[in-house]
Design a protein around this ligand. Structure first.
Ligand code: SF4
Length: 186
């Protein structure tokens, strides 16, 4: 697959952090967010041109740094909202997942359900282990929460949810085809 890069901007990376998910993580902050949640801690991240343009060579360097650090438990994508620019983020995400095999967390203002029902963003879910989802809601802010800002935000075990949804879809397809057979027999 050719590189679709050309617009995606990287704001910063943290090579070792313990605040963006379980364990020691390498965090990658991508620019651009259209949710504009009141009370957002990082409104400069809304600008998709904030930071530097992501190139294959930047991704290569990040992957090498991750693979060189045996202490890392995983990688976290945050922002901004990484899903702001799905095509380029999907490429970056897939390379990191495939070439590091690390556990991946991703922060997003979209809910899991919104991403799942979006044909463009849905395919990206296959490379994410934990999604911290939903917009920041000031009225549900709780400083005691770990790894999230407001109580509406959830930790979604993405692969488990996808398995459940696939099972339900299969069940639905089976029962629809049974109904079809009965109606054709009438
Ligand atoms: S989704 Fe995150 S980055 Fe975007 S406005 Fe809301 S809190 Fe800020």
């Amino acid at each position: 697959m050719g590189s679709p890069l050309g617009k995606l901007h990287l704001m910063k990376t943290y090579p070792e952090t313990i605040v963006d998910g379980e364990g020691f993580r390498y965090s990658i902050y991508l620019a651009g967010c259209r949710h504009h949640c009141p009370g957002c801690q990082n409104p400069e991240s809304w600008n998709p041109l904030c930071g530097v343009l992501v190139t294959d060579s930047i991704i290569d360097d990040i992957i090498s740094a991750i693979n060189a650090n045996d202490f890392l438990d995983g990688v976290t994508f945050s922002g901004g909202d990484p899903f702001f620019n799905p095509e380029e983020f999907g490429y970056f995400l897939h390379r990191v997942k495939k070439e590091t095999k690390k556990n991946i967390w991703c922060y997003t203002g979209y809910t899991f359900e919104e991403l799942y029902s979006d044909e463009v963003r849905r395919p990206l879910l296959k490379d994410i282990d934990v999604l911290v989802d939903g917009r920041f809601d000031q009225s549900k802010y709780n400083p005691e929460l770990r790894f999230r800002g407001s109580e509406n935000q959830r930790f979604v075990k993405v692969q488990e949810e996808l398995r459940k949804l696939r099972k339900e879809e299969k069940k639905f397809e089976k029962s629809s085809s049974e109904i079809d057979e009965v109606s054709h027999a009438c």
